[in-house]
Design a protein. Structure first.
Length: 447
């Protein structure tokens, strides 16, 4: 008996593409699915963003202490960039198997890999203890984190989108996106609390505690994810004859959907640039200008909380007025306010940093972030949706976030705040053009 025949005998008849058994996302099954996407993403992004915070505040002192202060910070941000470079590779690999074997299996695997990498960073000896082997191991573990989070987003976003009714796709997909600011809140508060509790010992050993706590979070996430059913879209794919399915989803994407990949990538770069300039480079700039470190971390957490709220609001707005229009509003706001934000980040006051974070991270980035998951996923058919969406989204993470802190640091040295703002505005303009060139997918029936 063939695999597809067995499936037809044991599985209930699935609704045709575009239909859904729910009229609302407020059902027991949907609540479980959305909770899985949100909590799972929050845990993985806790790990990923925890590294970013440590790169801005710790690793230049622990792993690059023998370098000049500015060079050490640059080197620390370079290790951060490595994780972003690895993300597209993770998106391609997990996307391939997610389109071939299922979304759920890849989500479970990505969480296990991320947790292992993060805990090992917390156990890593310093350069003073083992020499050059320490930063090398740090880079390798950052690659592991990048591969894992590269596979995470696509699965979490599709798990929500492919289960959701059409009129709620943007809002549902935002639960996967909402995991990022939620993870940022958790990571920032844990680092802030650890810094306060360990005091002068924070750089010696206290910084390890947030990384080691990841082990407990991964257990919670695994329990939740294992209870969620595979998506209807993949179940339909799984019922098809093997010969009709794409053996190499990446080739299908590159051959048949290159425009969707490129435009989606540039559209997603906008919010990534906002995120990294404000919450990574901006954190380092504020602390370097004498702003209290704990105050900066607490403001960053408050900004992430505002981001979380506005992310869901803008996603719901996109279900009503369209993804393109919502993203265009966020892009125009970012272009207008980029230079004032850079000035505020560098004025050496906590209130200046807070204003830039609350408005930039909390409003502008969130306007760009809320709709982006559904915007990208709606550009691809189910058979290659995991691969296509992951390739675009993770490619944007590399170009829009991976090198941005290093570039901003270098531009600040040679051109000051105007150069940094100009760089940021250029990315926002490119993203706005990409959005305007992309077809609207809000009312599109997906398979």
């Amino acid at each position: 008996m063939s695999i597809s025949t067995r499936h037809q005998q044991t599985e209930p008849q699935l609704p045709p593409p575009g239909d859904t058994p729910q009229d609302s996302i407020n059902t027991k099954d949907m609540r479980r699915i959305l909770a899985s996407s949100f909590i799972g993403s929050a845990i993985e992004y806790y790990d990923f963003i925890l590294y970013a915070t440590a790169a801005a505040l710790v690793f230049n002192h622990v792993f690059f202490a023998d370098l000049d202060a500015g060079v050490a910070l640059f080197a620390s941000f370079a290790t951060l960039a490595v994780g972003y470079v690895a993300r597209p590779f993770g998106g391609i690999v997990f996307g391939h198997f997610g389109d071939r074997l299922g979304r759920k299996k890849m989500l479970v695997l990505s969480m296990l890999i991320m947790g292992a990498g993060t805990v090992l960073i917390g156990l890593l000896p310093t350069t003073a203890q083992i020499g050059i082997g320490a930063p090398i191991a740090l880079v390798l573990l950052r690659v592991v984190q990048g591969v894992a989070v590269g596979g995470e987003w696509g699965g979490a976003a599709l798990m929500a989108l492919e289960h959701a009714p059409q009129k709620h796709r943007g809002f549902a997909t935002a639960f996967a996106n909402g995991g990022s600011p939620a993870g940022a809140i958790l990571a920032t508060l844990v680092v802030s609390a650890t810094s306060a509790l360990t005091g002068d010992a924070f750089l010696e050993w206290g910084w390890r505690i947030p990384f080691l706590l990841s082990a407990a979070l991964i257990v919670v996430g695994m329990v939740i994810r294992l209870k969620v059913a595979e998506t209807p879209s993949f179940q339909r794919l799984d019922q098809e004859a093997e010969k009709t399915r794409e053996r190499l989803p990446l080739l299908d994407v590159l051959r048949n959907h290159p425009r969707a990949v490129v435009l989606s990538l540039f559209a997603a770069m906008s919010f990534y640039a906002c995120q990294t300039i404000l919450t990574m480079w901006g954190v380092s700039a504020a602390v370097s200008n004498g702003v209290d470190q704990e105050g900066v971390l607490n403001v960053k957490a408050a900004g992430a909380f505002v981001t979380l709220i506005v992310t869901f609001w803008s996603a719901r707005l996109s279900d009503r007025i369209g993804r393109r229009r919502t993203l265009a509003i966020g892009g125009v706001l970012g272009i207008i306010l980029a230079y004032p934000f850079v000035l505020l980040l560098n004025n050496g006051t906590l209130w200046g940093f807070a204003l830039a974070i609350l408005l930039g991270n909390g409003v502008v980035q969130a306007m760009l972030y809320g709709p982006i998951g559904a915007f990208i996923a709606e550009q691809f058919p189910a058979r290659v949706r995991y691969t296509g969406a992951s390739l675009a989204y993770q490619g944007a993470s590399t170009l829009g976030a991976g090198f941005t802190p290093m570039i901003a640091t270098g531009l600040m040295l040679v051109g000051g705040t105007l150069a940094v703002a100009g760089f940021w505005i250029a990315i926002l303009v490119a993203g706005l053009i990409a959005v305007l060139l992309t077809s609207e997918g809000t009312r599109r029936v997906i398979d």
